[in-house]
Design a protein around this ligand. Structure first.
Ligand SMILES: *Cc1c(COP(=O)(O)O)cnc(C)c1O
Length: 230
């Protein structure tokens, strides 16, 4: 086994065990490999051992990797902060965008998605634990945003994405409750099936609370070196 295979297998085992503890089917939790700051060659290695979904945070860096790896059948997820003036590239180059937190962003993504492409999958990012950061809508805004975004033609609204403060595992349960609340609404979105939460340090707690997609970087690729990013 090479290093990529080993670390991926370790994470998959961890997901499986976390599922077993709470009697969930491991097939209901997807592993998103977060590859920001890592070179295309690392993604290629991870792809070679079976990984297909990759998450990136920085648009320019992501676009370079998408171009370099275009012959591979990668599902590209954008998990960074979405800037209003960068939506065109996101709409055209990605399969998923997790950080949508305003209607205008969803409207732009829908408008800029090409007719020839399948609808863009998005998650609504929620500031679930009242952090000061400006990312994520407020929990009270979710119902109305879901209703409005569901109307957009080139978007598939798949669920919620949260990034609680480290160690705040209670926030995962709050996110799950909000997710289920939307699910039980009369006019729930058709493809409401994704709760994107959990990273290297807290994926067990996220899975116990109901995560359907864990976003894992460090445990797969090792520590990130931001200084190498110019
Ligand atoms: C970087 C990042 C991750 C991965 O974090 P690790 O701790 O390296 O697993 C997950 N989600 C988001 C939104 C990130 O920015």
């Amino acid at each position: 086994m090479n290093q990529s295979q080993q670390s991926r297998q370790t994470v998959l085992n961890q997901i499986e065990q976390a599922c077993q503890r709470v009697q969930r089917d491991p097939a209901t939790v997807q592993l998103l490999a977060v590859s920001k700051t890592h070179p295309a060659s690392s993604l290629r290695e991870m792809y070679a051992v079976g990984q297909r979904c990759f998450g990136e945070n920085y648009l320019q860096e992501a676009l370079e990797k998408i171009e370099e790896l275009k012959e591979l059948e990668i599902e590209w997820h954008f998990i960074g902060h979405v800037q209003r003036n960068k939506t065109k590239h996101l709409a055209e180059k990605f399969d998923w965008v997790h950080g949508v937190d305003r209607l205008i962003i969803a409207e732009r993504l829908s408008g800029q998605r090409l007719e020839s492409q399948a609808p863009l999958n998005i998650c609504l990012q929620v500031n679930i634990d009242g952090q000061d950061s400006k990312d994520g809508c407020q929990p009270e805004e979710v119902a109305e945003l879901v209703q409005d975004i569901s109307q957009l033609p080139h978007i598939r609204l798949r669920g919620l994405m949260v990034i609680p403060a480290p160690e705040n595992h209670a926030a995962f349960a709050d996110a799950k409750a909000l997710f289920d609340q939307v699910k039980s609404q009369h006019a729930q979105p058709q493809d409401w099936d994704t709760l994107s939460m959990g990273m290297s340090a807290d994926l067990d707690a996220a899975i116990a609370a109901g995560s359907t997609m864990v976003r894992v970087g460090t445990a797969l690729f090792g520590a990130r070196d931001y200084s190498a990013k110019s």
